[in-house]
Design a protein around this ligand. Structure first.
Ligand SMILES: C[S@@+](CC[C@H](N)C(=O)[O-])C[C@H]1O[C@@H](n2cnc3c(N)ncnc32)[C@H](O)[C@@H]1O
Length: 185
């Protein structure tokens, strides 16, 4: 994570700080926002653990990582039950040493042994900040069976691996309204 002065609306949160936002959509690890049709969606809060200026990848001069909130998805600085839609597209690759090359720079990578625990914590946090009645969308570049033990609940629908074909996979989770009613009762 680069240490930068914060040009972003919220800035890097202090440890334990909870941010209040009107955003209804959370992208928990937005990277360069390549999958967004509107990269400045007015209802979205974009999170990533790092920042990268435009020009970092010479072959993709417009690519940059400028999250609204620089934070770790394993410890999201938002209150419980807040966002209507949470998007989770974490790195997939595990590398034996710090990744190099365009893919590693653009999408990130994990050290050996790090991935499953990080995904489980990330899922738990995405689920915590998701409002009852809300949807969590997970995108995975590999076979979902590799990581389904890290899921917070059973998905509603999603890509199932067929044969040897690997990702991209999409998996959709729904947080029941009943969870809010149980807490209120
Ligand atoms: C696959 S890329 C996301 C690509 C993005 N959906 C897009 O459309 O460009 C994964 C991103 O997760 C970020 N990331 C990795 N570990 C993270 C963590 N613990 N907390 C927050 N972001 C993390 C990386 O910095 C990287 O930008």
């Amino acid at each position: 994570m680069s240490e930068i002065e914060s040009p972003f609306p919220f800035g890097p949160p202090r440890p334990g700080q909870q941010l209040v936002t009107d955003a209804e959509i959370l992208d928990a690890c937005c990277g360069g926002r390549m999958w967004w049709w509107d990269k400045e969606h007015p209802l979205a809060c974009y999170v990533d653990k790092r920042t990268r200026p435009a020009g970092t990848i010479s072959q993709k001069p417009l690519w940059k990582v400028e999250p609204d909130v620089q934070a770790d998805f394993r410890s999201l600085p938002f209150p419980d039950d807040h966002f209507q839609l949470v998007l989770f597209d974490p790195p997939h690759q595990v590398r034996s040493r710090a990744g190099t090359g365009i893919n590693a720079e653009q999408y990130g990578s994990w050290q050996p042994g790090e991935r499953e625990d990080a995904l489980a914590l990330g899922f738990a946090e995405c689920w915590r900040v998701l409002a009852p009645g809300g949807t969590l969308v997970f995108k995975w570049a590999g076979r979902v069976t590799e990581v389904e033990e890290t899921f917070p609940v059973t998905p509603v629908v999603g890509t199932r691996p067929r044969g040897r074909k690997e990702g991209p996979a999409w998996v959709v989770f729904y947080k029941p309204l009943a969870e809010a009613q149980e807490v209120a009762a």
